[in-house]
Design a protein around this ligand. Structure first.
Ligand code: BG6
Length: 484
């Protein structure tokens, strides 16, 4: 098969926090896979900058181990791993001091793309950005990549934006939301805007409601300190689920270009109605199924932080008036499943009498596992016995439909880092988008803090709290079953 991978330009990528968990689990293994695929020019360089005392050889050993641990066995090619490792260097840098910066400056080459990945806590963003300029390491073509959490609320997100803006233009800032790098998430745009079939029906006249589910089986063990200060609302809804909602609800952008897409997403966030307290269910997992409870995991017996949230939202504009969006996400649930379900309305009149004609069409876009699409349609049940209706799925797994090309879908991080090198911001969040999202999130969180609301408990391995079922039942609807 002819490779369809197009190599990116030659680059020097500096990873601040290059010895951290994200770098070892995602960034470096992802870069290795792109290297293996021939997408990274051999002369490109990856320079890890961190506080620990280490030399190039020590860093290469660390990343060799990370590749063995986090890259699938069939992709562990010894020669290629060593070639990749030879592209790595390490510089010991004091982010808030002076040590190491001159050395880093000396390593940068002219005439190649310079990118700086801030895989560090947001409290260091300002100090690093400032030094990149003070030591002439960054220039006006350089790109910086920043991770979530991008702020804890509107005020902190705004302050971060201002800090970065002092040193970099918005066109140089790549704020990562890794959900935007997922194959199916991008496919949402292809499905909507490259087909004539769906868009004419994509509105409140034809769609009864939309469900977005991101269910995880893992708990918060190991990240309790961070998670307990965030909860599902800040950790998942404000960013990942919000991005999914935007891609479903937005108007067609005039082009698949960064600001055209991001302008439309921003309009959706700004059109969100405030959420009524009765339209939110927060949950916390208890102990069971061989696991500890949330309270034990975060070592805080009084925690009121939610590990599960379900909510009903309204996008107040012409297209969506009257079509609710139901969102749910949580940890320690029955299965790891993420999907978007577009539930269409019933036909306005049944010509088949009062037999079950209420089986509505549902378009399901599966994000994980087994990326694909499923459209439920009603047909006649085969055989004699008159006109009996039956619901059947038109099911498509991308892997089955596209064969080997879809076998090897790059991880979200790989794709996004390559986009940084290409200078394409389409799949990154703009500063105003993040601020708008916090502006919508803040009053909701402030509301439950002011009322002293406590999350309800749910059984691990279940599909979440009972109250979340009621959120739908009271509207005469129900959640789709999360398949194991
Ligand atoms: C991260 C959250 O951003 O996304 C985690 O901080 C969550 O809590 C993760 O587990 C989910 O990502 P994915 O790609 O596994 O669905």
């Amino acid at each position: 098969m002819v490779s369809r991978v197009i190599p990116v330009d030659l680059f020097d990528l500096v990873i601040f926090g290059g010895t951290g968990d994200l770098a070892r689990r995602k960034i470096l293994p992802g870069l290795y896979r792109r290297f293996l695929d021939g997408q990274i020019p051999e002369d490109s360089r990856i320079i890890a900058a961190a506080r620990s005392e280490m030399d190039d050889a020590g860093y290469r050993d660390m990343i060799r181990e990370a590749i063995v641990e986090f890259v699938s066995k069939d992709k562990q090619d010894k020669t290629c791993i060593e070639k990749f490792l030879s592209r790595l260097a390490y510089v010991q840098v004091d982010a808030t001091g002076t040590d190491g910066w001159d050395e880093l400056a000396e390593k940068m080459r002219d005439g190649v793309v310079r990118a700086f990945y801030f895989s560090v806590g947001p409290s260091l963003f300002g100090a690093i950005a400032e030094r990149l300029h003070a030591y002439h390491i960054a220039d006006e073509d350089s790109r910086i990549v920043v991770e979530k959490p991008f702020g804890h609320d509107l005020a902190t997100a705004r302050a971060l934006n201002q800090t970065l803006a002092e040193h970099f233009d918005e066109t140089q800032i790549y704020r990562i939301d890794h959900y935007l790098g997922k194959e199916t998430v991008q496919n949402l745009m292809a499905v909507r805007f490259a087909n004539m079939l769906f868009e004419p029906l994509w509105n409140a006249r034809n769609i009864d409601h939309i469900q977005i589910t991101v269910a995880e089986t893992v708990g918060v063990g190991g990240r309790g300190g961070y998670y307990d200060k965030s909860g599902a609302m800040r950790d998942m809804v404000q960013n990942h689920l919000m991005q999914l909602l935007c891609l479903i609800a937005m108007e067609p952008p005039y082009a698949f270009e960064p600001d055209a897409v991001r302008d439309e997403k921003l309009k959706v966030i700004r059109a969100l109605d405030p959420v009524e307290p009765d339209d939110i269910v927060r949950g916390q997992y208890g102990a069971g199924e061989g696991g500890t409870s949330y309270l034990d995991d975060v070592e805080n017996r009084d925690s009121r932080t939610e590990s599960y949230i379900a909510m009903k939202l309204h996008v107040a504009n012409w297209r969506w008036k009257g079509t609710p969006f139901y969102l749910r996400t949580g940890k320690r649930l029955r299965a790891r499943t993420s999907e978007i379900a577009i539930v269409f309305k019933d036909p306005p009149h049944s010509i088949f009498g009062d037999q079950e004609t209420h089986k509505s069409n549902v378009l399901v876009i599966r994000l994980q596992p087994n990326e694909g699409m499923n459209l439920k349609v009603t047909i006649k049940e085969p055989g004699p016995g008159g006109m009996r209706l039956v619901e059947v799925p038109l099911d498509m797994s991308f892997k089955e439909a596209l064969g080997p090309d879809a076998e090897d879908i790059p991880d979200a991080y790989e794709r996004l880092i390559m986009d940084v090198i290409r200078g394409n911001q389409t799949l990154f969040m703009r500063g105003d988008e993040i601020e708008a999202s916090w502006a919508w999130t803040d009053p909701i969180i402030e509301g439950w803090e002011a009322r002293g609301d406590r999350p309800v408990s749910y059984d691990p391995g279940s599909s979440g709290p009972e109250d979340a079922l009621m959120l739908m039942h009271k509207d005469g609807r129900r959640w789709r079953e999360v398949k194991v």
